[in-house]
Design a protein around this ligand. Structure first.
Ligand SMILES: [Zn+2]
Length: 155
């Protein structure tokens, strides 16, 4: 159960119409509507409850029109997954477990090392500069940024 529970009317009051439709009604924003986030260091927060979800360091340009991340911001980030079979597709939906906000979907076609692509509705997240997590988990693998064709391995 989410920690933060509000009525539809309360959410509607708090959020923009698009943010409400996306996060509370599982809508998907049109591509390239909210993909112009700054590139400065910072973190991405749930638009509904402010929880830290993703880190700028994990954002990459997937050229799909939605902000895309290689992984969640930290092990403690409240990002949950559920199976979504709507539209006749088998997809993995991701949401904020603190408040239940629908964020987007995660696909297994991202760049290494995770191979994941968190495809997130820009309207569902809020960028806050200068809050990059300083947890020393990065090991500096010396990536040269070369293109990687992450072709999936089908079952
Ligand atoms: Zn939230």
């Amino acid at each position: 159960m989410p920690k933060i529970v509000k009525t539809d009317a309360e959410w509607r009051d708090l959020l923009s119409p698009l943010a409400y439709e996306v996060t509370r009604k599982h809508a998907t924003e049109r591509p390239f509507t909210n993909d112009d986030f700054p590139s400065a260091p910072g973190s991405y927060h749930c638009i509904c409850c402010g929880a830290v979800l993703f880190d700028q360091a994990d954002k990459f340009d997937a050229h799909c029109g939605w902000p895309s991340f290689n992984k969640v911001g930290s092990a403690a980030a409240p990002v949950g997954e559920s199976q979504d079979t709507s539209l006749g597709m088998q997809r993995t939906e991701v949401h904020c477990t603190d408040c239940g906000a629908h964020l987007g979907h995660v696909f297994p076609d991202g760049p290494l090392p995770t191979g994941l692509r968190y495809c997130i509705n820009g309207v569902a997240i809020e960028f806050r500069p200068g809050e990059a997590s300083g947890n020393g988990t990065g090991t500096g693998t010396g990536s040269d940024g070369g293109p990687y064709d992450g072709s999936g391995t089908g079952g």
